[in-house]
Design a protein around this ligand. Structure first.
Ligand SMILES: Nc1nc2c(ncn2[C@@H]2O[C@H](COP(=O)(O)O[C@H]3[C@@H](O)[C@H](n4cnc5c(=O)[nH]c(N)nc54)O[C@@H]3COP(=O)(O)O)[C@@H](O)[C@H]2O)c(=O)[nH]1
Length: 817
């Protein structure tokens, strides 16, 4: 008997009042005290809405629009109210209709009290079981829902699939009910096409081998989101029916999968990042360290866990460091610092360390994450850049920037003590030739030798700087006299003159030094350097290999030079340069045999300027090579024009500068100019000075090459360069030109006359032709003729004249009488 926890409410639906009353009495006797009676079905349904009974005793044939069976059918299913039909009729149609409402009992009237009691009890019992089952099913369903799981079952023979909860995460427009029945193939269409085959195979395998299956697959993508599922189950044979079923569960693992993906990505970052990453416990002990941390610090990966990062252990820094570290972490939850430390092998390293506190959802500190960036390379690069910004890369000496700063400090110190600062500006003479002839590597070696020699002569307190190219600066403070600065310059020049060997050549160096003094000449470092530079040019003008103190007039001359060099460049471009020609005549006949080309500058303001205003500026500014090339081209072209105009061919002599001669392939250039202008090489003579060919192998090679081209070579200004005629015997020279300094005094000055006589005689012995320069008088002409001089040049015959006047000049009227 059902334990009566609360009075059982029995509803009687009976239209015969006596029967209903009798039933009520019977029930009361059986202990069912709470009863209600309704004579019509509609009334009973209304009453059920407000006070649902535990069981209904339903007469089939009752008053009203609906009978007992229709009333039972109208009761909401979820109420699960057991119905026991009471009827005097038991024909099949009534029974069939009653059966469809799934009654808990059917009592044929008349029935005994005991039959009634037993039927009620069994109905209540069954209801209890069904309620318990429903609750259990609901619990399971909720749990599955919460776990985003569904259960499924496939009948292997029919391939019908029943699933519960599938629609919630694998939606299908045709199937949205909690429990879905569909074909296995339809289900497969919910699986992403790429994984469908794999799911099918796992299923078939389980069918064939009666095995468990466990498969992870993706659902058909909807609205760009990708869902992941895991299906597990097993194949069973139903013992009773002998049918085979696959039963299992399916779980939506999208979140888990995304979390795993994120975790995997985080792990990849952790392991592959260039920065060291540490996970620290709240006491700052390492719980996990990545590879980069061990690489940066050289820490042993096996021994890092359990202790704090070695660079912040207490011995490493003063207590204040840790106070600040813990205070910042406590208050700001984030600390960072650039730390100069050493790695485990003792090498210095620069690191940027950041420590970040990590809290749980309740704000409780769980651990710290430390990030360690290796800044060593950056710091080293910065130091190198700093060095490069202040020092010369070749010699390691301070550069202009640092020298200016040092000079500034020296001035400040000497301002206090009232002493003198000397600023020496040194420039090597003809350094470009070393680069041009021996190459830049040799030039670099020479600069290193210069730096070493200057350093050896100076004090520790002096500043030696390289300003660029072949320019050096020497700063000495606390000088007591101008003479001391001169002595220092003189020592340096002397020291640099000492020979040294480089790439198989013995070289000596020559330097010019300009000196400016603080406070006498200037008060700022920039001005001092500039004035010393100006003085250096003055030293060059004084013949090089010397030094000069700055004087205010130098600024004027430097300004003049600057203006003139700019004007000259512009003049060359605008065609202001022109050539004059001075005849060279046969000493015997007075016939013009040749002409010398002499440059002039038709200056827009200053009129015609001679070589003295052009050549030194061209040499210093480097324009000389360009100008020399133009002179050569124009001279050859003019010689060819005269020939084309019908004049007898004459030799044309062109002066070349030392720089021009040293240019790579000079002889080849001459050959090209001759070819371009169409002048036969035999009409061209190149004039070089004695000093240009002294001991210079490269020049002598060029002379041979010129000879091979077919042009002749004359030595200009002969007698001024101390070279003896014997030494030029071996050179490919055709002519010497006796300098006008020796001609000037003849025939009265017996020394000049003797020297000219000796030069002419020796030249004749060596088979060289002789031209005398600066012949101004007939006496000079006659004397030179008597001595056997071949040709004469001078104002006596003609001054240098423009091209169109050369053949009109009256030199021929000065024939020897
Ligand atoms: N590299 C180059 N050098 C050149 C070029 N053109 C000229 N020069 C060099 O300049 C030097 C000076 O030349 P210039 O002022 O033209 O003087 C020449 C004559 O005018 C002068 N001369 C000639 N005869 C007399 C005379 O009877 N009396 C007198 N007082 N002077 C006279 O001599 C100069 C020519 O001499 P030289 O060259 O030695 O034959 C000049 O020496 C050239 O070296 C150039 O294009 N490139």
């Amino acid at each position: 008997m059902i334990a009566m926890r609360k009075p059982i409410h029995v509803m009687i639906v009976e239209d015969e009042r006596i029967v209903a009353l009798h039933l009520r009495q019977q029930l009361a006797r059986l202990g069912y005290d709470r009863t209600s009676v309704h004579s019509a079905g509609i009334n009973a349904l209304k009453a059920i809405e407000t006070d649902a009974p535990d069981i209904i005793l339903m007469d089939i044939r009752i008053d009203g629009d609906i009978d007992g069976i229709e009333t039972a059918a109208g009761i909401p299913e979820h109420l699960m109210i057991p119905i026991i039909y009471l009827s005097a009729y038991s024909e099949d149609t009534t029974l069939e209709r009653a059966r469809q409402t799934r009654p808990y009992g059917f009592l044929l009237k008349p029935f005994s009290e005991r039959e009634l009691h037993a039927t009620i009890q069994m109905a209540l019992e069954r209801r209890e079981v069904e309620l318990a089952l429903r609750e259990s099913q609901e619990r399971l369903s909720l749990a599955m829902h919460a776990a985003r799981m569904s259960c499924w079952e496939v009948d292997v023979s029919t391939r019908k699939m029943h699933s519960t909860g599938l629609a919630q995460f694998l939606p299908d427009e045709n199937q949205s009910a909690e429990t879905i029945t569909e074909s296995w193939e339809d289900f497969l269409h919910r699986v992403a096409s790429g994984d469908r085959d794999m799911v099918r195979k796992a299923f078939e395998y389980a069918v064939l081998h009666g095995e468990f299956y466990d498969v992870v697959f993706r659902g058909q993508q909807s609205e760009g989101t990708q869902s992941w599922f895991r299906a597990r189950g097993k194949s069973y044979i139903n013992d009773r029916k002998g049918t085979q079923r696959i039963i299992g569960v399916m779980q939506d693992i999208t979140d888990q999968r995304l979390t795993n993906d994120k975790l995997r990505q985080a792990m990849t970052v952790f392991e592959t990042t260039q920065d060291g990453i540490l996970i620290l416990d709240p006491d700052l002990n390492i719980t996990s360290a990545n590879r980069a941390y061990c690489q940066i610090t050289g820490a042993d990966p096996m021994n890092v866990v359990g202790s704090p990062p070695y660079m912040i252990v207490p011995e490493a820094f003063p207590p204040a460091f840790y106070q600040e570290l813990f205070h910042t972490l406590r208050t700001r939850r984030h600390w960072h610092r650039e730390i100069e430390t050493r790695d485990m092998s003792g090498n210095p390293i620069s690191i940027m360390m950041q420590i970040i506190a990590v809290e749980d959802d309740d704000g409780v500190l769980t651990h710290f994450v430390a990030m360690i960036s290796d800044r060593t390379a950056i710091r080293q690069a910065e130091q190198e850049l700093h060095y490069l910004a202040q020092y010369d890369g070749l010699t390691g000496l301070p550069n202009r920037l640092l020298a200016t700063d040092r000079l500034n400090r020296a001035i400040e110190r000497c301002e206090r003590t009232g002493s003198v600062v000397a600023c020496l500006f040194l420039d090597l003479d003809d350094f470009k030739n070393i680069n041009d002839t021996l190459g830049h590597a040799a030039g670099d070696q020479v600069l290193l030798i210069v730096a070493t020699r200057i350093k050896a002569l100076t004090d520790r307190t002096d500043t030696i700087a390289r300003l660029g190219g072949d320019e050096f600066l020497i700063i000495r403070e606390n000088m007591h006299s101008e003479a001391a600065a001169g002595n220092l310059a003189s020592h340096i020049i002397h020291e640099l003159q000492k020979p040294f060997y480089i790439v198989g050549h013995e070289l000596t160096l020559s330097a010019s030094i300009g000196i400016a003094l603080y406070p006498e000449n200037a008060h700022s470092p920039q001005d001092l350097i500039r004035l010393a530079d100006t003085a250096m040019y003055a030293a060059k003008d004084q013949g090089r290999r010397t030094y000069a103190f700055y004087k205010s007039e130098m600024t004027e001359s430097a300004t003049h030079y600057m203006t003139r060099s700019l004007e000259l460049r512009r003049g060359l471009e605008k065609g202001e340069l022109t050539l004059y020609y001075q005849p060279q005549v046969d000493a015997k006949t007075g016939e013009m045999t040749g002409t010398e080309t002499l440059i002039r500058w038709n200056h827009p303001q200053n009129g015609i300027l001679g070589p003295a205003e052009i050549i030194p500026i061209a040499e210093q500014s480097g324009l000389i090579v360009e100008i020399g090339q133009w002179v050569l081209e124009e001279s050859c072209a003019q010689a060819r024009r005269w020939q084309d105009e019908g004049f007898d061919p004459i030799r044309i002599a062109v002066n070349v500068s030392v720089r021009q001669m040293r240019t790579q392939g000079f002889a080849k250039t001459v050959q090209t100019v001759l070819a371009d202008t169409g002048l036969d090489p035999k009409w061209l003579e190149i004039e070089v000075t004695e000093s240009m060919i002294q001991d210079e192998d490269i020049m002598i090679d060029t002379l041979h090459e010129l000879r091979a081209v077919g042009v002749s070579v004359a030595i200009d200004d002969f007698g001024t360069g101390y070279s003896c005629l014997r030494s030029i015997k071996s050179l490919p020279i055709e002519r010497i030109k006796i300098d006008r300094a020796f001609i000037k005094g003849i025939p009265q000055n017996t020394d000049d006359a003797a020297l000219a006589e000796a030069m002419i005689a020796m030249a004749r012995t060596l088979g060289l032709k002789v031209t005398a320069e600066g012949v101004e008088t007939t006496a000079q002409r006659d004397f030179l003729h008597r001595q056997g001089c071949n040709e004469l040049q001078g104002f006596l015959f003609s001054k240098p004249v423009p091209a169109e006047q050369l053949f009109k000049s009256s030199h021929s009227s000065t024939k020897i009488s």
